[in-house]
Design a binder for this molecule. Structure first.
Ligand SMILES: NC(=O)c1ccc[n+]([C@@H]2O[C@H](COP(=O)([O-])OP(=O)(O)OC[C@H]3O[C@@H](n4cnc5c(N)ncnc54)[C@H](OP(=O)(O)O)[C@@H]3O)[C@@H](O)[C@H]2O)c1
Length: 298
C-alpha cells in the first residue's frame, strides 16, 4: 500500500489519511508539510495565520485557524483527522498541549507524533517530558521524536552575528553538539506518520557527528570562503546581547540553560535512528551550511 494510504473505510479500497500538522509554519513543520504534500496523505495545516500560510504553501494543503490558547479553534482543527504532528510551541502552557492531546484522543485521532527533545526521558519536569508522559497515558498511538539541537538555530537565532560580525556567538565553551538538521526531523515525522511500524516508539534523532563550535566555525569559513570565528562569550554577555535583540527573558534563560548543558559535555550523543528510519545518513553541518549559504551572506 502506498505511503499515506490506508484501507480506512474497510472497503479494501485505499483512502488517504488526513494528517494534521501543528507548528506547520515552523522550522520542522514547514518541511514536513512539503514532504507530506508530495505523498498521498491529505494535509491539514494548522496555524494562527491561515492567510499568511496560504501565501507560503499555495493551494495544496487544507488550512485551519488554530491557536492552542483558544480551545474554541480546536473542534474544526481536529475534525476528521487520522494522524497528528504535535509540538510544544515555545512559551505555550504545557496544559494547553496536554488538553489538546486529550481532545484529539476523544475525537478519534489514531496516532500522534510529538516533537520532543533528545534526553527528555531523563528530565521528568521538562515540559516536553511532561507532555510525553501525558500522551502515553491516553489511547493515542504515539511516536516521540526526541531531536538534538537543530542546525537551523544557526540560521534562525544566530544568523545576525554570523552575517554582521562573522562570529558564531554562543556560550558553549568547548562542548560538543550532535547537530541535527530540522529537514531530517521533518522527513522522519513524515515517515512515522505515513508508514506502519512506529506506534508507541521513541526515536532519538541526531546528526552523524558531535562537533564543537570551533569545528563549526571552520566549516562556515570554508563554505562561505570568509573567516568566521567562534566567539564563546560568557553566559552573562550572551544573555545581555540576546535581551538587546529583544528575545523574551524566558527564551534567553532557556538558551543559557541549553548552552550550559553543552558546556558540560552532555549534548554530544549520536544515534543511528535517522539513518535507520530514512535509509540514508543524516545531513551533516557542512551540508546545512552549503544549502543555506545565501542566508549567511551579508
Ligand atoms: N530548536 C531546536 O534545536 C530544537 C531541538 C529539539 C526540539 N525542539 C522543539 O521543537 C519545538 C519547536 O518546533 P519548531 O522549531 O519547528 O517551531 P518554531 O520554528 O519555533 O515555530 C513555532 C510554531 O509554533 C506555532 N505556534 C506558536 N504559538 C502557537 C499557539 N499558541 N497555538 C498554535 N500554534 C502555535 C507557530 O505557528 P503559527 O505562528 O503559524 O501559528 C509556529 O509554526 C519546541 O518544542 C522545541 O523545544 C527544538
Amino acid at each position: 500500500m502506498k505511503r499515506g494510504l490506508t484501507d480506512g473505510d474497510g472497503s479494501g479500497r485505499p483512502t488517504a489519511d488526513r494528517v494534521l500538522v501543528t507548528g506547520a509554519t515552523g522550522t520542522v513543520g514547514e518541511p514536513l508539510v512539503r514532504e507530506l504534500s508530495d505523498g498521498d496523505a491529505s494535509v491539514r495545516l494548522a496555524t494562527r495565520s491561515p492567510d499568511d500560510a496560504r501565501e507560503r504553501f499555495g493551494e495544496g494543503p487544507e488550512y485551519v485557524e488554530f491557536d492552542l490558547a483558544h480551545p474554541e479553534t480546536w473542534g474544526a482543527t481536529l475534525a476528521d483527522v487520522d494522524r497528528l504532528f504535535l509540538l510544544y510551541p515555545p512559551g505555550s502552557a504545557v496544559s494547553d498541549v496536554t488538553e489538546f492531546a486529550d481532545a484529539a484522543d476523544r475525537v478519534g485521532v489514531e496516532h500522534v507524533a510529538f516533537l520532543s527533545i533528545l534526553g527528555a526521558e531523563k528530565f521528568p519536569v521538562l515540559p516536553h517530558r511532561r507532555i510525553e508522559t501525558h500522551i502515553a497515558g491516553t489511547d493515542l498511538a504515539h511516536t516521540f521524536l526526541r531531536a538534538s539541537w537543530f542546525a537551523q538555530n544557526l540560521s534562525e537565532i544566530h544568523r545576525r552575528e554570523i552575517v554582521e560580525r562573522d562570529e558564531i556567538f554562543v556560550p558553549a565553551g568547548d562542548g560538543v553538539l550532535s547537530f541535527t538538521d530540522a529537514r531530517d526531523v521533518a522527513a522522519v515525522a513524515a515517515t512515522v506518520l505515513t508508514e506502519p511500524g512506529h506506534r508507541d516508539r521513541a526515536y532519538d534523532l541526531t546528526g552523524p557527528a558531535a562537533l564543537d563550535f570551533e569545528e563549526v566555525a571552520e566549516i562556515f569559513s570554508e563554505v562561505l570562503d570568509r573567516p568566521i570565528e567562534y566567539a564563546d562569550p560568557s553566559r552573562l554577555t550572551f544573555a545581555r546581547q540576546m535581551y538587546r535583540r529583544r528575545f523574551s527573558p524566558g527564551f534567553v534563560a532557556f538558551m543559557v540553560a541549553e548552552y550550559s548543558v553543552v558546556r558540560l559535555g552532555r549534548s554530544g550523543r549520536t544515534t543511528d535512528d535517522v539513518e535507520a528510519l530514512l535509509g540514508r545518513p543524516p545531513r551533516t553541518v557542512r551540508e546545512f551550511v552549503e544549502d543555506y549559504t545565501d542566508e549567511f551572506r551579508a
